[in-house]
Design a protein around this ligand. Structure first.
Ligand SMILES: Nc1ncnc2c1ncn2[C@@H]1O[C@H](COP(=O)(O)OP(=O)(O)O)[C@@H](O)[C@H]1O
Ligand SMILES: [Mg+2]
Length: 254
């Protein structure tokens, strides 16, 4: 199962990716969480603090090959070798691969560049395995423009109940259709009232985008962030967590 999470900056992609990863891991699934954001923070949401991932160098990862007169990049080692070397272990059976961060600035390393991220994401998503892969992406589908999208089982577009976020969601949904992604749906996040929910429902209805989950605005999410904890580790009455748990159940059942 491969799921990708996108949406405008700040809507809650990383919070949702990280929490879902941990919840899926708790079900005994083998989870690979991929942080494809140039400004990575999935590690914290997964409950990893002060841990730097094993350095990733594009020269170690990729090589150029000629194919039908075209030069392209490909992974040097097998995906499993790459994952063994370059992932961090988070609680609940989750492994984290951090890709987006432009590393070794000034050393000519292409890490974090779209080309490198795209190649590695492609390899991870195209691989056949029993693992659940959760992709936390930027507010674009840049990393999927390599035929990667056909391997993605579901794309969740996170939206907040305000116009610019919904507009960004609409554009992403259009792109996703162009890329032929099988299941595209929205997650309404930071919903504060019945009116909020109604506004998102009306908008999504108009653009024919189904909503898989409605997650309330929840102080516990902020609290977890302040305390450097993850929502699943926080003791408290989170209102967002049960909704995410229901979504994880749904994903696991597929
Ligand atoms: N349901 C929610 N309730 C309250 N705050 C939230 C919720 N979801 C996310 N946030 C907060 O919104 C901010 C942005 O979330 P983040 O997951 O980093 O977004 P993105 O990855 O889309 O940029 C964070 O401060 C996070 O704690
Ligand atoms: Mg993020």
């Amino acid at each position: 199962m491969k799921i990708a999470i996108s949406g405008k900056g700040g809507v809650g992609k990383t919070t949702i990716s990280g929490t879902l990863s941990r919840l899926l891991g708790r079900k005994g699934l083998d989870v690979l969480a991929i942080d494809g954001d140039p400004n990575p923070n999935l590690a914290v949401v997964l409950g990893l603090t002060n841990q730097e991932p094993p350095p990733l160098s594009s020269a170690d990862l990729l090589e150029r090959v000629e194919e039908d007169g075209h030069r392209r990049l490909q992974l040097k080692s097998s995906l499993d070798e790459l994952l063994d070397k370059h992932t961090l272990s988070a609680p609940d059976n989750v492994r984290l691969l951090m890709l987006g961060k432009p590393e070794h600035a000034g050393t000519g390393c292409m890490c974090g560049s779209h080309a490198v991220v795209r190649e590695v994401v492609h390899a991870a998503v195209a691989a056949t395995s029993d693992r659940v892969t959760v992709l936390d992406m930027e507010a674009s589908l840049e990393h999927m423009k390599r035929g990667t999208s056909k391997y993605v089982d579901a794309l969740y577009i996170v939206v907040e109940p305000y116009y610019r976020s919904l507009e960004a969601g609409r554009r992403l949904a259009e792109l996703a259709r162009e890329l032929d992604i099988k299941r595209v749906s929205a997650i309404a996040n930071k919903v504060r009232s019945a009116e909020d929910e109604q506004a998102v429902r009306e908008y999504c209805n108009r653009i024919d985008l189904p909503i898989v989950a409605v997650i309330p605005f929840d102080e516990h999410v902020m609290q977890a962030e302040r305390e450097g904890k993850t929502l699943v580790d926080l003791n408290g009455q989170s209102t967002a967590l049960p909704r995410l748990r229901a979504l994880a159940d749904q994903i696991a059942a597929n």
